[in-house]
Design a protein around this ligand. Structure first.
Ligand SMILES: Nc1ncnc2c1ncn2[C@@H]1O[C@H](COP(=O)(O)OP(=O)(O)OP(=O)(O)O)[C@@H](O)[C@H]1O
Ligand SMILES: [Mg+2]
Length: 308
């Protein structure tokens, strides 16, 4: 058994459009180690969502892809996801079972017309052969774990009665309830305000440690990377620019694009601006917008001050 739960090797994706082929990913390769948080960071359009959707085979029919994605479950045979047929029962087992996903906007994952408890219990019933009572009890326990106190009464409520942060907690509960080995989070906190964002990051990180799973965390924000991730993959224009531990990449970035990302963060890494000034492609990248909270800037400075 390898140390990597997921290996992406030479993944390229093109979309057929009316204007011709659009290349979204070029030869993307990286590993997601076990029991850790790997962040994929990059600006809008860099290919983060296409990469994460490819893992669950959620790309539209207009996509043509090549390369290989391999999942190495803890106690099972390796699965080459890219060679599975859509109707293969292994694919069903994979989605929401071994691998699950949390999207940016919680309402895309929740039905507005069903009670919270029924939706979370349904996620159990889809993948496991248990009675509705057991599913309901497990759903209540999971809602408590994601920080929703008095879960039994909350389960009888509808999503519209919840705040955005509470809804995202429900979605995280639904994603975790079948004990996935890989949790993919695609910008799960972007729609939330900064305080709630920080709470959800702490929740995802603490549940990852408790449940010993791996998280692939998609974000455009290096501040979020500093707060949650162990490893980071930096993407730009459908390609991987740099991969390393968060400490390495934030303290000693090797690629000019990573330096550019760091230099766009207020309060962090001012000397990267200095280093970056002779980089001729810099202007072409654009300023980028990075939601940074004060704590994230501090975290990045701490990483940079650590001795090697
Ligand atoms: N269905 C599609 N048809 C055509 N092009 C697409 C499609 N989906 C994505 N793309 C293109 O693929 C590229 C990567 O898109 P992707 O959604 O992965 O970006 P992203 O890094 O997730 O950006 P964001 O931070 O805005 O979510 C972009 O150029 C995008 O326009
Ligand atoms: Mg995206």
């Amino acid at each position: 058994m390898t140390d990597s739960l997921l290996s992406i090797r030479g993944l390229s994706v093109e979309f057929k459009t009316e204007l011709g082929l659009v290349r979204a990913l070029s030869e993307v390769s990286f590993e997601v180690p076990r029991n850790s948080v790997t962040a994929v960071v990059g600006e809008s359009g860099s290919g983060k969502s296409v990469t994460s959707n490819a893992i669950l085979r959620l790309l539209p029919d207009t996509a043509q892809s090549s390369g290989e994605i391999e999942l190495n479950p803890q106690d099972g045979e390796p699965v080459i996801i890219t060679s599975l047929d859509e109707r293969d029962p292994q694919m069903q087992n994979l989605r929401g079972g071994l691998v699950s996903m949390v999207f940016q906007e919680p309402m895309t994952a929740l039905s507005p017309v069903h009670r919270i408890g029924d939706q979370v219990a349904e996620a159990v019933l889809c993948h496991r052969d248990v009675s509705p009572d057991v599913a309901w009890a497990e759903a209540a326990a999971m809602l408590e774990q994601v920080g929703l106190a008095d879960a039994e009464s909350k389960m009888r409520m509808f999503p519209f009665e919840f705040s955005g942060g509470m809804r995202q907690r429900v979605v995280i509960a639904m994603a975790l309830i079948c004990h996935p080995q890989l949790l993919i989070c695609d910008e799960p906190t972007t729609a939330l305000d900064v305080t709630i964002q920080a709470e959800i990051l702490v929740l995802i990180k603490s549940l990852q440690r408790k449940l010993n799973n791996s998280v692939l965390f998609i974000t455009h924000d290096l501040g979020v990377v500093a707060q949650i991730a162990d490893r980071v993959v930096v993407m730009y224009n459908g390609q991987v620019m740099e991969i390393g531990s968060v400490r390495q990449v934030l303290k000693n970035p090797q690629h000019p694009y990573t330096m550019h990302l760091l230099s766009s963060m207020p309060g962090a890494a001012t000397d990267f601006r200095e280093k970056n000034k002779n980089w001729s492609d810099g202007a072409a990248i654009g300023a980028g917008t990075f939601l940074v909270e004060a704590d994230a800037g501090r975290k990045i400075r701490e990483f940079r001050e650590l001795s090697p």
